[in-house]
Ligand binder design. Structure first.
Ligand code: SAH
Length: 360
């Protein structure tokens, strides 16, 4: 077997039995030696997938505009943490800080904190951003004080679990090894507490899938509790849905194509679609003010995506203007990234947080 992580996982299964998807995903993504994010280039044209900041500088610039508005809404604190979770190549923060030059007071007040668990990607980010910021591996180490949190395509990489309907029960999907030591999906013995299921589960047919992500909720709870205690605002952008539903959204991406999630552990990006509704509940329970979720298209167009493309295009030739138009379309059109990606924001206080409206 040429894949050392696969060997490690098969041995583990042979010793203790099948493992849940969340454990499998954690090993695939975060194994200190062979995990996916220890690889050099997951993101970008040469990597496995392209994210919005890599599509266009306009994405990070508009997030920068949003951060400045949030800071003003917070009463312009003289010191605050500008925290990015899972910064990838550091492109979004670099675009935010460039756009924020227009507001020197904001830049002066910001203590930039990058939360990144992968040493390899931390190194890429230091090259991109310079070494003067604070890097930490997990969010428990964020300095005290008010914070603005931002995260793009961070929630989808956190481990999740799947339950599959079997007669009256929903049983956990697990990963097992077959006789030839290949990994395969199986149904484990543990059942989901039916109180966690959304309405309508009785009517679902056998084989229907329901996903939960306790690790995602735990991180959201830490961010929301810090926001409630010390002030600030948060913005999470990711692909997913606003209401819980049924369906298998587990996906493996390798070299810009869908792949078998069990074939090459550690070599494909494993994610699922983010169900925002439990995350909204977590933020409300922590006493944060939540805002109605917008699609990425609504969010960016309201923040001035087309105007920004126009300004950037002014000094450019026709080919460059066509490129800017194509980038704006990719980010905002409903059949591209515009509808699938959602923007969820909350704050401690009921402040103005355009383009969001308070959700009650
Ligand atoms: N935001 C970037 C990268 C998205 S990929 C972009 O839009 O391009 C997900 C990022 O989250 C990577 O940087 C990955 O290393 C990081 N990450 C994954 N799990 C993490 C965790 N538990 N804590 C901190 N960072 C994590």
């Amino acid at each position: 077997m040429s894949n050392p992580l696969k060997e490690k996982i098969v041995r583990h299964i042979e010793a203790v039995g099948p493992m849940g998807l969340s454990e499998y995903m954690h090993l695939c993504m975060a194994d200190p030696r062979h995990g996916y994010y220890q690889r050099q280039e997951p993101i970008g044209g040469k990597g496995d997938f392209i994210t919005a900041p890599e599509v266009s500088q306009m994405f990070g610039e508009l997030i920068g505009v949003w951060c400045i508005q949030a800071w003003k809404g917070m009463g312009k604190p003289q010191k605050f943490n500008l925290v990015e979770l899972g910064p990838g190549k550091g492109t979004m923060m670099s675009d935010i800080l460039r756009a924020a030059q227009a507001s020197p007071e904001f830049v002066k007040a910001a203590n930039v904190v990058l939360v990144e668990s992968s040493p390899k990607l931390q190194a890429t980010q230091r090259t991109q951003l310079g070494n003067q910021h604070l890097w930490i591996e997990d969010i428990s180490k964020i300095p005290s004080g008010p914070s603005i949190f931002i995260a793009n395509e961070f929630l989808d990489v956190l481990p999740f679990r799947q339950y599959i309907k079997h007669k009256t029960q929903w049983l956990e999907r697990a990963v097992d090894a077959d006789d030839s030591r290949e990994l395969k999906s199986t149904i484990g013995a543990s059942a989901l507490d039916p109180r966690l299921l959304p309405e309508g589960h009785d009517a679902e047919p056998d084989g229907s899938v329901f996903e939960i992500a306790p690790a995602r909720e735990a991180i959201m709870q830490m961010v929301a509790e810090k926001t409630a205690e010390q002030g600030g605002a948060a913005l999470f952008i990711d692909y997913g849905h606003t209401a819980s539903g049924f369906g298998d959204t587990f996906q493996a991406i390798m070299d810009h194509k869908f792949a078998d999630p069990f074939a090459e552990p550690g070599k494909a990006d494993l994610t699922n679609h983010v169900d925002f509704s439990p995350l909204v509940k977590v933020a409300k329970t922590a006493n944060c003010q939540t805002f109605a979720i917008l699609t990425q298209g609504e969010f960016l167009l309201n923040l001035g995506l087309l105007e920004r493309a126009g300004v950037l295009g002014q000094k450019e030739n026709e080919a460059a203007r066509a490129r800017l138009t194509a980038e704006a379309e990719r980010l905002a059109l409903p059949d591209q990234m515009g509808d699938l990606f959602k923007c969820f924001a909350f704050s401690r206080d009921a402040i103005e947080l355009p383009p969001f409206a308070i959700d009650d």
